[in-house]
Design a protein around this ligand. Sequence first.
Ligand code: GMT
Length: 377
Amino acid sequence: MNIGITVYPTYGGSGIVGSELGKELAERGHTVHFIASALPTRLTELNERVRFHEVEMLSYPLFEHQPYDLALATKMAMVAETENLDLLHVHYAIPHSISAILARESIKSHRRLPVITTLHGTDITLVGADRSYLPITKYALEQSDGVTAISNYLKQATIEHFGFDRIEVIPNFVCPTEYKPKIDCELREQLSPNGEPVMVHVSNFRPVKRPVDCVEILARVLKKTKARLVMVGDGSERTNCVHRAKCLGVLDQCVFVGKQPNIVDYLCASDVLLLPSEQESFGLAALEAMAVQVPVIATRVGGLPEVVDDGDNGFLSPVGDVDKMADDAARLLMDPKLRKEFGRRARAAAIERYSTDRVIPQYIEFYERTLKQKSSR
Ligand code: GMT
């Protein structure tokens, strides 16, 4: 198939999932055309099967803000024609689905271009559910030729918010050969020069991720055992994290490494992952940690209970319960045998439910089904 994929090209989870999906499809013989405002960060290599089409913005003095949605729709329609696309697969409903529907409609007199929308989270629970965006998000769902959601939780949330249930759940995935435990003594030493156990947090540091809770957890863990906190990523909450760490007197035990392209190395150099999010429709960071045998301490929200088995391969707590999360983290850090057992079970669960070999064929089958439906209409 010739598949057009649109993602936000930044560090967000939906961009990562869309990009990794494209690479996996290309490995299976399909040609993937990424249509985005910039080269997605995970697309390090372009080739005959993985192509990139940049959305060019028209600058005109009359426009205070340039109309990105229209520029995207125009590019989608153009790529569909020139590259003979079979379908468009957009990640994150706002505004990607609307642009794709516009592109489809603009060329429908002479070309069929089914649109598949994958819902990732805040496109439904926050942005889409906002009164101002609700009608257009509902329209985008209804007009898409196929809709997928990355967890059962998100499917249910979409039904509740929009009364729309024509949704296939296709979960996020992880490549077991890329995400496997490895020992990088150099990085580990760099992060923890005195050999303390390492807790890691990976996110875009938005308020919804509650990264300041990680600092609170560290301060409580340090009352029981030695530990380091490695904060990977960047965003608006970073300064609050640094400020809170100073107030609690634990800044010396924190390392802020900023955005990193090689997340897997940081996960492999750690002992537990902290994910104290207020909302998480899946929790890709949790899955990636589990795949490298790092147990997860997370909140019991959204799709996280579908990924992490509480008390078996990680621990779940109510949002904001930093005392319990610290107790659970300390328990794992102080007991290497338990940690190893949790880690082993975490990887087994990650591969069993979410390996690329299990999930990518579900997307291919969904594409084929959508293409058939469209032609029989
Ligand atoms: O919805 C968002 O917050 C943005 C989105 C993103 O692009 O990072 O994150 C969502 O999609 C990820 C990939 O499918 C999921 O792993 C995240 O759980 C989800 N975030 C939220 O639901 C807050």
